[in-house]
Each structure stands twice: as C-alpha cells, then as structure tokens.
Design a protein around this ligand. Structure first.
Ligand SMILES: CC(C)(COP(=O)(O)OP(=O)(O)OC[C@H]1O[C@@H](n2cnc3c(N)ncnc32)[C@H](O)[C@@H]1OP(=O)(O)O)[C@@H](O)C(=O)NCCC(=O)NCCS
Length: 380
C-alpha cells in the first residue's frame, strides 16, 4: 500500500470511492441497480431470495439442482440455539426490536463453532447460517413482543414462506409470500450503503462475520438508513387521511422537517426498486380491500414533495405500506430489512477479507492548536 499525502475533506464521504466490489452496482444518474451484472428489473418477480443469496455468495445464479440443494442447506440451519431464544423472550417489553436482533446476532457468535475462522469457506458457511437464522430470530422477536410462543420453522417452505409462517403460525397466501420474497430480493444488496460500509470497516480489521454483522445492524438502525421505512409508515399514520397530505408536506418543507422515504445519496432520478414495491404494495392493498389507502396516500406525498423540489421515493417509501399490509408492526420494519441485507453484508465481508486492506481514512483536524499544558494543581 502506497502512502498518500493528505487529500481533500469530503463531508459525508460524498463522491469518495472507498471500495471495489463485484457484487452490486448503483447508477444514480440513470436509476439502474444490478446484482453481479443482472439488472434488478430482470431479477425482481422472477427469482427467489435464495437464488439471490447464491448469486451473491458464489458469483452465479444456481441451476435447479443447485437451488434445491442450497434451499435444503438453508432450511437445515434455521434453528437458533436455545439460550438465544431465551434471551429474546427475556428482553424488557420496551426493548427495541433492532436492539433485540443486534444482541441476538452478537450472542450467536458464542455458539457458532467457526466464529473466529475468517477463511472464505468458513465465512460462507457462517453467512449461510446467518441468512437461515435471521428469519427465525425476527419471527421470535415479533412473537415474544406479543407474548406468544415461537413457531418452529418448516423445512418444506421456502425462505419467504417460512418467514411469514414463523411470524403468524400459519402459512400465508401466495400473494403475501410472493410480496415478501420480492421485498427480500430487492433489498439483498446495495453497494456501499452505510451499514455495508460499516460491515466492511469491521471486516477490514479481520474482525469475524458476527462482529461485522453486529456492527452493520447498529448502522442500519438509524432513520436516515434502514429505519426509514418505519419512519415513513409512522409519517403516513400521522398524516392520517389523504386530504391532509398537502398541508403536511407544505409544513414539513416550511419547517425543514425531512419527508421520510424520500431522497437518496446516489439516486437523483429515482430508485429502481421503488416501482416494484409500489406495485406489490398496491396488490396487497387491493386484496385486503379495507381501511385506509396508504399506497394512495404515499403517492400523494410523492406528488406533493415534487411540487417543492426534485426528490424521489427511495426503497423505504413503498416498503412501508408493503410491510404494513403484510401485517408487520412498523417497529419491526428495520429487522425485516436486515433479514434481507444479511446476504449482502456477508458477501461484502468476504470481498473485504479478499481485499485485505485496513480501512482507515484520515480526518481534518479543526480543534485548537499549540495549547499550553497547565498541571492539575495550577488550573483555575
Ligand atoms: C437519504 C438522505 C439521507 C440522502 O441525503 P444526502 O445525500 O446527504 O442529501 P442531502 O441531505 O444533501 O439532500 C439534498 C437537499 O435535499 C433535501 N432533502 C433531502 N432529502 C429530503 C427529504 N427526505 N425531505 C426533505 N428534504 C430533503 C436536503 O435537505 C438538502 O437540502 P438543501 O440543499 O437545501 O440543504 C436524505 O435524502 C434523507 O434524509 N432522506 C430521508 C430519510 C430516508 O428516507 N432515508 C432512506 C435512504 S434509502
């Protein structure tokens, strides 16, 4: 590694290329997202989440036999050690689901026989276990908060079907299962977003996968990142009825309050994932046929925002009603995001190990200089 001289400060690392990746590419100008070269529009609605995990982990889409074997392996790893489940059920009533998930994942490191092994093969195996275990943990968090016993996974169900089954205790409709699968496919990876960067920074020190994922979960929690879907749904619930949208948005801009689920660091002409989420949130809303029309309300928010400035919905905007219509309490939205993104985090951690370079940027010092030291006894 060549030493470089001090370079220009970039607030928020805007415009800085801090890693090379072969996993996903984000073209913010044209609104294009690819996973390993496949356009997200070709993958959405035509693949299972398990295929995407395989693509990210092994570099190619599986054939039918490989997919079946991969699904069997995932299904065999869904169980979570008893002490982790007990910990979830012992959490205080007010514990935030993301804090419960982060603690549970950190705890998993005690029980994984390969925790310290950061070789490619071991990290893939651990990643596979985490992909399989996340739905079990998140479903348990959902049920623990409702004081309901956990539901054991069913190996015959695919990843999305089994996830909803473990949450609600019964198999959900095809529409709901497909909507959950689509959501998981769309959020599996997204270049160097904040939580993935966090995971890579941790991995760059040779920290193990559980450590890197625990760090990433901390980063995902904030409402400028993964927390935005929950914040969006809470905003829609706060607006209440569609006739209040314009007034709400006008006031938000007048008071410099951000509209959640809107805007993006990279996408400046729209997020390609949003249209799929909108479509499936609408389908779920139609199928349920009752109550407040949150998709219409969201579209109305989108139009109202555009009257103020050119900002478009991001992935979280329509995820909010989609997850709402899947019956997921808003405070669990970020955990569902993590249940998908665990695939991308693992694949990036593997890339980072292969890159084998410590990520350690510099900082521009702006504090006082040449202070004169005064011994304790003489300080005023
Ligand atoms: C995602 C986000 C953090 C991107 O931030 P960024 O790349 O730093 O963009 P900026 O904050 O510099 O935005 C540029 C301008 O648009 C405004 N803006 C950006 N997002 C906005 C929003 N959601 N509502 C209102 N104004 C917004 C900013 O205030 C800024 O205004 P200024 O030029 O007058 O200072 C930002 O759009 C945001 O906070 N969105 C809401 C949270 C969200 O949905 N997060 C999920 C992201 S996937």
């Amino acid at each position: 590694m060549t030493a470089t001289s001090a370079s220009t400060y970039s607030k928020g690392l805007v415009g800085v290329i801090a890693a090379q990746t072969a996993l996903s590419s984000v073209d913010g100008v044209n609104g294009v997202l690819t996973y390993r070269g496949y356009n997200i529009h070709d993958l959405a609605e035509r693949t299972l989440y398990e295929e995407i995990v395989h693509l990210l982990f092994y570099g190619r889409l599986p054939n039918a036999a490989e997919l079946a074997a991969f699904q069997t392996e995932l299904a065999a790893n869904r169980k979570v050690p008893a002490p982790v489940m007990e910990h979830i059920y012992a959490a205080p009533r007010k514990a935030a689901p993301m804090d419960m998930l982060r603690s549970a994942v950190s705890m998993l490191s005690y029980y994984d026989k390969e925790t310290e092994d950061i070789s490619l093969e071991a990290t893939r195996r651990k990643g596979l276990r985490l992909v399989a275990q996340f739905p079990t943990i998140v479903a348990a968090i959902y049920r623990a908060r409702k004081r309901k016993a956990p539901v054991a996974p069913r190996p015959k169900l695919n990843h999305a079907e089994n996830f909803l089954y473990m949450m609600y205790g019964e198999k959900q409709s095809q529409l709901e299962n497909e909507a959950m699968n689509l959501y998981l496919v769309l959020l599996a990876d997204h270049s160097l977003n904040a939580s993935t960067f966090t995971a890579r920074v941790a991995a760059s020190t040779n920290a193990d996968l559980h450590a890197a994922v625990t760090a990433a979960l901390g980063s995902l929690k904030g409402n400028l990142h993964g927390g935005a879907a929950e914040a969006t749904m809470n905003m829609l619930l706060e607006i209440g009825t569609i006739d209040k949208v314009d007034e709400f948005v006008d006031r938000a801009f007048a008071t410099k309050r951000k509209i959640m689920g809107i805007g993006h660091r990279i996408y400046k002409t729209g997020d390609p994932r949003a249209r799929h989420l909108l479509e499936w949130a609408s389908r779920l809303e139609e199928a349920q046929g009752k109550g407040q029309r949150y998709v219409d309300m969201a579209l109305s928010v989108e139009r109202a925002v555009l009257r103020h400035r050119e900002l478009y919905p991001n992935v979280d905007f329509f995820s909010a009603p989609l997850l709402y219509y899947l019956g997921i309490p808003t405070e669990l939205d970020t955990c569902i995001f993590a249940t998908s993104r665990i695939a991308g985090w693992t694949a990036h951690v593997i890339e980072q190990y292969q890159d084998a370079t410590l990520i350690r940027p510099g900082a521009e010092y702006i504090g006082p200089k040449s202070e004169v030291f005064v011994p304790l006894a003489q300080r005023p």
